[in-house]
Write a protein that binds this ligand. Structure first.
Ligand code: BTN
Length: 276
């Protein structure tokens, strides 16, 4: 007679499951939202929250589903770059299904929500570097990547990926020392990842609903945009443009007054500040 074989989780898997459940309930207990974060999946380690979120959508996950990872082994950045997510990071993907007219506002909503959450949990003032890097004292503390699927004029889903450097010393990480900072480094104190995640989710929902009610998200975003008025270089992937960052459009594009005096509208690109 053949006896059934039961596969039992090994101790490290049990530890991960317990950590996940603990984090999920801690974050859930702090949430004040109607729908964002009410389905929340926490993983101590993931390759990238972007892929996990997309897989969940394909299996029917609803609007507001959140995926959080403690660390990522294959974090994705903008323009095909990798995103470094060591211990002490917050890596989050949020699934939204906005009306198509609100899709361009997600960039603004996400970066404004991060700036608000940082202020709330750490007291630090952060600014936005176009299009959606969040900066403190000239160094990057958060990156945002948005992936979406649109068909027949309808948004099937948008995945807002947010990576925040929370509790680590950037000076110990040569990969990012020169360009990045963290909340603990800037504030001189450890920041609660649970509190940060919950506040960020609250802020995202507040701004997302306000935008759909016609709130002036664009002008709030413009006020926090520290790039404006600066001499910059923009690498669009096809051309390099030089000039002064004049303003941003309602769709989030950057208007550059180029060195020959012409105005150029930049849809996507990577900027370097040449002169404040
Ligand atoms: C950038 O500045 O290049 C964007 C970085 C976006 C990183 C976040 S971390 C959570 C989500 N998962 C990823 O793999 N990337 C985004």
């Amino acid at each position: 007679m053949k006896l059934p074989v039961y596969l039992l989780p090994v101790p490290s898997q049990i530890e991960n499951i317990m950590k996940s459940q603990d984090m999920e309930s801690q974050i859930n207990n702090l949430l004040n939202t109607r729908f964002i974060g009410r389905q929340l999946h926490y993983y101590p380690h993931l390759s990238t929250t972007m892929d996990t979120a997309r897989e969940l959508v394909k299996k029917g996950a609803g609007e507001g589903t959140v995926v959080i990872a403690g660390t990522q082994t294959a974090g994705k950045g903008r323009i095909g770059r990798t995103w470094f997510s060591p211990e002490g990071s917050l890596a989050m993907s949020v699934i939204l299904k906005p009306p198509i007219k609100n899709l361009p506002q997600l960039v603004m909503i996400a970066s404004l929500a991060v700036v608000g959450a940082i202020k709330h949990v750490s007291g630090l003032e952060a600014g936005i570097k176009w299009p959606n890097d969040v900066m403190i004292r000239g160094k990057k503390v958060c990156g945002i990547l948005i992936e979406n699927e649109v068909a027949e004029g309808k948004v099937n889903y948008a995945d807002i990926g947010i990576g925040i450097n929370v509790n680590f010393n950037p000076r110990e990480l040569p990969q990012i020392t020169d360009i990045a900072t963290s909340l603990s480094h800037e504030s001189g104190k450890e920041i609660s990842v649970v509190q940060l995640a919950a506040t960020l989710i609250d802020e995202l929902e507040r701004l997302y609903l306000a935008a759909q009610d016609g709130a002036p998200v664009h002008s709030e975003w413009q006020k926090k945009m520290e790039t404006l008025g600066k001499h910059i270089k923009v690498d669009t992937g096809k051309t390099i443009e030089h000039g002064v960052a004049e303003t941003v459009t309602e769709n989030g594009n950057l208007i550059l007054r180029s060195t020959d005096g012409n105005f150029v509208e930049i849809v996507a690109g990577d900027i370097t500040v040449i002169k404040d």
